[in-house]
Ligand binder design. Structure first.
Ligand SMILES: [Zn+2]
Length: 174
């Protein structure tokens, strides 16, 4: 777990530091450490959606980009199947909306991980963090417009295009 600038990790080190002894390279310690590092920088009134909070930490967990993209695509598929949502409907609006803003559940990890990495690769870490710190409930789309200079619909379309591209790459590890 992570509390402010402290991260409490596993009771022993992994035998293989590269994989953290996990088939997908997932390290809970790296995830918690990522939270702790950001806790030291964030303003006290920071109120990001769990999609960005858990997503950013998950993007540092050690999994490959391809694996994260697969999880994100699968999560969206499940959502579409469960709700009857079409490809034109915004999963990111759902995951940053009132029902999901503070919820901690599988989609904020599986979509958030791929989204956080996409955001800082496309827009840079500084703009990503500006967005992260500026987000408030009910204002995700306007924060995206202000800090990234794009409409949420456009950002989302580009994100899912990148997710699809990544799921088809031969990437081994990143
Ligand atoms: Zn976490």
């Amino acid at each position: 777990m992570a509390l402010y600038g402290l991260a409490l990790g596993s009771s022993e080190s992994p035998k293989d530091w590269n994989t953290a002894d996990h088939p997908d390279g997932l390290s809970l310690d790296r995830h918690e450490l990522a939270h702790a590092v950001l806790h030291q920088m964030q303003p006290p009134d920071s109120d990001a959606p769990t999609l960005l909070i858990e997503g950013r930490a998950e993007a540092h967990s050690g999994m490959t980009s391809k694996k994260r993209a697969k999880f994100a695509a699968y999560s969206r598929l499940l959502w579409q199947f469960r709700t009857g949502a079409g490809p034109e409907q915004s999963y990111l609006s759902e995951l940053t909306g009132p029902d999901w803003y503070r919820r901690v559940n599988a989609p904020v990890y599986s979509v958030g991980g791929a989204l956080a990495e996409f955001l800082w690769q496309k827009h840079g870490v500084e703009r990503f963090l500006n967005l992260y710190f500026a987000c408030r409930p009910g204002q995700f789309a306007s924060a995206v417009r202000t800090h990234l200079g794009v409409e949420l619909e456009q950002l989302e379309a580009e994100f899912w295009t990148e997710v699809e591209r990544l799921t088809k790459t031969d990437q081994q590890k990143k």
